[in-house]
Design a protein around this ligand. Sequence first.
Ligand code: UDP
Ligand code: MG
Length: 322
Amino acid sequence: MEPILWMVIPCYNEEEVLPVTAPLFLAELRDLAQKGKISPDSRVLFVNDGSRDGTWDVIRGLAAADEHYLGVAQSRNRGHQNAVLAGLMEALENGADITISIDCDGQDDVTAMEAMVDAWRDGCEIVYGVRSKRDTDTFFKRVTAEGFYKLLRGMGAEVVFNHADYRLVSARALRAFADFHEVNLFLRGMFPLVGFKSTCVSYERRERLAGKSHYPLGKMLALAFDGITSLSVRPIRLITGFGGVVALLSFVGVIYALVASALGRTVAGWTSMTCIICFVSGIQLVSLGVIGEYIGKIYLETKARPRYILSERTYGDPGERR
Ligand code: UDP
Ligand code: MG
């Protein structure tokens, strides 16, 4: 029997782009169903992430117009990662055999879904959509985005190069993923930890069809830092290593100072003293900040607040669930 596919699409202030891209998702769903690759009972699920514009009205309109469109609304804006998680869990609870998460702005090529479903048929539980080229991105965006992956990898976070959140996940992998209870979500780094057979499918990333990006450089750096500290303790190890090097240098400095003193060559070294104090205190503050970041995460994890709260659905029981 053909698998039931649920496309999971997070939307935040996307009233401009949604009417353009929603038919593209539905057309792809119909195409795949016609080719016999997925069940005609497959669905396109929009997750409204507390949008401030008319996104929810657009979603409701779509759901009223075609039964393949469904919508759930988060009780407030919780961020892209939480919106995707909410959608994936909703799909799992509703009996989806496979899910594909994709952004709603039309940047990710929907036609890559066919290759993803084929890979699933070949036994892969997770299929990562990977951007083959970034010609349409500006040079700056390309360099910073690729630097982002290199930084993540260098810091010990296992991520698939040039993969964002366009991926197919089977129900089996999702059930395993549901046991990852962390509140600091970085999905693209967490799914590789789930394991199972997986592969990549490449596609060309296009420009946004309308609206504007929610991820300028500052937010991307924050995401990278968040990802690294959620997935790896390498920064703390680096601090330890660096501390070791500085301690060693200090030891040499102490010997030098003692020898200089014994030889009676103790001239007032204001400049060197100031430099050392500035350097060491700077390093200490940065190190404290990094350690503080981990403590902050522990704080959030121990509170174990819900990662998403749904307030509305366009179908079935509209009640709250999480
Ligand atoms: N998004 C969301 N919640 C947010 C921010 C973004 O659900 O708080 C959604 C957004 O609607 C889009 C996806 O996440 O579908 C990716 O956002 P965007 O296209 O702005 O990021 P970019 O592609 O520029 O990295
Ligand atoms: Mg985008």
